[in-house]
Write a protein that binds this ligand. Structure first.
Ligand SMILES: NC(=O)c1ccc[n+]([C@@H]2O[C@H](COP(=O)([O-])OP(=O)(O)OC[C@H]3O[C@@H](n4cnc5c(N)ncnc54)[C@H](OP(=O)(O)O)[C@@H]3O)[C@@H](O)[C@H]2O)c1
Length: 302
């Protein structure tokens, strides 16, 4: 890997994943930050003006991430999660930059019984999933060749509203928690995803085996932590690990079916993703979700 300086434009720079990106950016990257209210990914003129700073990489962490909110704000979801990434692809193509875009396991219908691969058919069940799929399609349709679309799942990390923090808060306040046990997926720590994104970018800089036939590292990748669980099992593990750091009110955690906790947006029953493509491209292993949760607690405690 070369240590040439790289200019990185970080979109959605105040969000949860972006915080991990900032923390873990290698020394040879110079970052510029963009987020609401000064920068709006849906504003064509603002997005096209990104070319003025001539970034090597545009990394998009911006999204309308309220899954249930998307059901009642379809147009906004489609603009932010769908059309916005298309504009970024347009500018990346114009200036020959690499676009890294983060997508979601919710592009899948969840009717598989084994981990989803990158080329499996999509079938989003929610407006959020449809809007994120539109974002992927806009990038593919743009003709941009230098892109990474990284689908991830069940993200948690420092500085964000997420399931881990919600469970800890509820476990402080209540003696009983009921958590859905019939949706299975894989939690992902933002730090691990941020590291994975930089590993994929490093593949671009790595010398190719043959200059005549350079293999293209670009495309769609899946990245989550390793293993799988239901939301109920995730909650039980969170409470278990949190007890190493504080005492909690909660006494019982009860598994319930999805129907027992109705929400506006339908979620996939199963959205575990295969990381084989990522591992082959980077030569990296992926940490088990329980281990990453332990690391998150250690970081959080600092
Ligand atoms: N969280 C998860 O469980 C999960 C799971 C799978 C995939 N993902 C994907 O992972 C990525 C990062 O998620 P995250 O949880 O880090 O998201 P996040 O914390 O909600 O951060 C998103 C950021 O984007 C900003 N933003 C929203 N609309 C914008 C616009 N029109 N123009 C510019 N910036 C805008 C937000 O600003 P405001 O806060 O001011 O709106 C926020 O700072 C997203 O692509 C998401 O779809 C997340």
């Amino acid at each position: 890997m070369t240590s040439a300086m790289r200019k990185l434009t970080l979109i959605g720079a105040n969000g949860m994943l972006a915080k991990a990106i900032k923390k873990l950016t290698p020394a040879n990257y110079h970052i510029q930050f963009y987020d609401l209210p000064d920068f709006d990914i849906t504003d064509r003129a603002q997005v096209l003006a990104l070319q003025d700073s001539a970034p090597d990489i545009i990394l998009n962490c911006a999204a309308y991430t309220q899954v249930d909110g998307c059901e009642s704000h379809r147009e906004l979801a489609m603009r932010v999660n769908g059309e916005g990434p298309g504009l970024l692809a347009e500018v990346a193509k114009d200036i020959d930059a690499v676009l890294v875009h983060v997508s979601t396991d919710f592009v899948f219908a969840g009717d598989k019984k084994e981990p989803y691969r990158e080329d499996d058919p999509t079938g989003p069940l929610s407006v959020y999933g449809q809007s994120k799929l539109l974002g992927e399609q806009r990038i593919l349709q743009s003709g941009l060749e230098k892109y990474f679309i990284v689908r991830t799942s069940w993200l948690y990390g420092q500085g964000g509203n997420n399931f881990v923090e919600t469970m800890i808060r509820l476990a402080r306040e209540r003696t009983e928690l009921k958590v859905v046990d019939d949706q299975r997926g894989t939690p992902t720590w933002t730090d691990d995803l941020a590291e994975a994104i930089f590993k994929l970018l490093a593949v671009v800089d790595a010398p190719h085996p043959s200059p005549l036939t350079p293999p293209s590292p670009y495309g769609i990748y899946h990245f989550s932590n390793e293993g799988e669980c239901s939301w109920y099992q995730f909650a039980a593990e969170i409470i278990d690990q949190a007890r190493n750091f504080e005492s909690l009110q909660v006494e019982n955690i009860l598994p319930i079916p999805t129907e027992g906790y109705p929400l506006p947006a339908q979620r996939p029953k199963y959205s575990v993703m295969s990381k084989e493509k990522y591992k082959a491209a980077t030569g990296m292993q992926v940490r088990d979700w329980r281990e990453s949760l332990r690391n998150y607690f250690l970081e959080r405690g600092k």
